[in-house]
Design a protein around this ligand. Sequence first.
Ligand SMILES: [Zn+2]
Ligand SMILES: [Zn+2]
Length: 441
Amino acid sequence: MRAGDSADLVLRGATVLDPVAGIDAQHDVVVRDGRIAELAAPGTASADGLEEIDAEGLHAFPAFFDPHVHLRTPGQEHKEDIGTGARSAAAGGYCGMLAMANTEPPVSNPADVEALLEDARAVAAVRVGFLATVTQGMQGEELTEMSSLREAGAVGFSDDGLPIRNARILRRALQYQRLCGGTIALHEEDPELSGAGVMHEGPVSAALGLEGIPSVSESTMIARDAALAGYENGRIHVQHLSAAESVEAVRVAKAAGVQISCEASPHHLCLTDEEVRSLDPQRFKMNPPLRAEADRQALIEGLRDGTIECIATDHAPHAPEEKEVPFEQAAMGVTGLETAFAALHTDLVLPGTIDLALLIERLAGGAEPFGVERPSLAPDSEANIALCDLAAEWTVGEEGYESRSSNSWCDRRKLTGRVQMTLAGGQVAYRLRSFSMGVAA
Ligand SMILES: [Zn+2]
Ligand SMILES: [Zn+2]
């Protein structure tokens, strides 16, 4: 992230919730020189030299971390770039994220990683880490020079967008991982089973006459890759789990001692394939596809029992001309950084499906699987804070987006709960325009 001024401020009377640090009480949160200096009793912290922010009635959470976004740079900057993607993340309460490597061209060379890191240092409002591809150019044939990519700063490896079809290639990547480290993140899909599918295979696809992608396309590849990771004692992270069978495959692998972590996306946790009846590709076409209610329930249960340790948006910006076409032809993917917290708060926390504390824990849970330090509100931590108004109601997209693209799965939905301000890496990364910065009484 870009060099800026370290924050010096006090959040007066915020309700501070950090489930991992065991903090759940009202405090004055004192930030000095970009670090959390003190959690003082409400109204007691000295304001000496600090900006005072009235946070009474607001919640301060550890800022979120997204291990799976697409920033479209290099090559498709008309959809997103590192600056707009980082602003979008900051607006959603994120302090950091990991960008996928399926750009044009894919990130397969050490010089590409170095250039991206330099770009992020110049323009990004939050921390951005980069994955490099597992195979050269995502061709699935030759491994990249994983050690050199790690030395250049790649956090891990992924051919996301495509599965690693050849088991021998993944096996060799796991062997190299022993030498150079770096988690391997996997888009799990059997291309033979997915075929030309455009949505989940089930009664809805049958009714619509659309070709389906069966759940087993995902779960059988997870089982294969978990077996390989176990055999080579490697570390894998399964991306965007969508099906009940997949949750079970990860659960079985974890019980067997495999080093495996996984993520679920807000749209898979909130929606089902019933939405596809609208034939709206802007909001409801993505890969993996929205699945059945039983799958959604299995994902929620996986979040609850810890099988799924983190939530990842799979933020995938697309240009209007790729989305404003018939469903079958439209590009796969939706944006999600600006709405993840609000959507999950509205759809899962308010109805009582999951606790607020669990949501907050899982929204930052994507750091640890990639060896990144988890944001914390414990005193002496770097200030990474999402300040949220849980009662704020807003209509998504009404004031536009920070992202360069507008293919949000929440577009025009009314959500409850909104990020008012984000601190990332010790700096103020975002303030909602309408959030008044009045001096506390
Ligand atoms: Zn993917
Ligand atoms: Zn992706």
